[in-house]
Design a protein around this ligand. Sequence first.
Ligand SMILES: NC(=O)c1ccc[n+]([C@@H]2O[C@H](COP(=O)([O-])OP(=O)(O)OC[C@H]3O[C@@H](n4cnc5c(N)ncnc54)[C@H](OP(=O)(O)O)[C@@H]3O)[C@@H](O)[C@H]2O)c1
Length: 291
Amino acid sequence: MTTHRIHPEGPTFSRLIAGAWRWHTVSSDQVERLISTALEEGITSFDHADIYGDHSNEEIFGNVLRKNTSLAKQMQLISKCGIKFPSSRRQETWIKHYDTSTSHIIWSAENSLRMLGTDHLDLLLIHRPDPLMNPDEVAAAFSQLQQQGKVLHFGVSNFTPAQFRMLQGHLPFPLVTNQIEISLAKTDSLFNGDLDTLMEFNASPMAWSPLGGGKPMTVDERALFNKAAKYNASYSQLALAWLMNHPSTIFPIIGTTQPERIKEAARSVNIHLDRQDWFEMLKWMMGKEMP
Ligand SMILES: NC(=O)c1ccc[n+]([C@@H]2O[C@H](COP(=O)([O-])OP(=O)(O)OC[C@H]3O[C@@H](n4cnc5c(N)ncnc54)[C@H](OP(=O)(O)O)[C@@H]3O)[C@@H](O)[C@H]2O)c1
């Protein structure tokens, strides 16, 4: 597994990141296996959010770290904040909404530390753009968390280029990423300025649902078979390689709950796609050639 800095002033992550969104659907033993398999494969960076698993996933993951206290030192932890929804764990919330106030960001980050059982996050993201976001409030929260050593770096998720630029303009340090949906099944970011803007700011994207969330893709099966055979790769390995061959240095966040599929994904990092193969894969999904 290779590693890469997500921004010249940002953290170094493994090129594939393991996402914990679906991990509440498996047993805690399986979560332990997912963590150890990822680490064995050199996937040392883990993506969380306060809300995953109805606010339970960080604690489930943290229980594994509390059991084996040497694990936390081998990994980089990412979490997100800013989404609130009604839940038995959040009695005070009665409607889904976003909250990027200074007090909520600080509370949420500190709560993530408690749940994960760690003393710092390597990266904290604002999960979704909040229409009531006051950038000065976000800046105040980020600065305090950084000064206290609780969060080392900051970024956003699902932000438009304009929202990214606006928030960056109010911060004394760089936003190191925008975590967005990118896959062969979701290619808009190649053309709508999302990736261009990140390259302008030297921030690499993180790609969520890099395999389209596992939904079957409607591609020509013969073309798929030929391409997979050419690279001696599975279709999912090709789909991840397709992302990592983009010059913005995309970090795919793999979401599998099966250790074997973590191993399979890890083998995608060394696949260098021929430029024409890359475009042919894009054509499969767009249903037409480039203009
Ligand atoms: N920022 C955001 O708004 C946002 C939104 C969504 C997700 N995320 C992050 O992105 C991560 C990944 O999202 P995702 O889970 O949708 O990613 P994904 O890797 O595209 O999809 C994973 C799903 O695909 C299935 N799958 C089917 N065939 C597979 C194969 N050959 N290899 C691997 N998986 C296969 C998996 O099932 P099995 O489990 O049975 O393998 C799993 O249900 C999340 O964990 C989370 O950290 C962020």
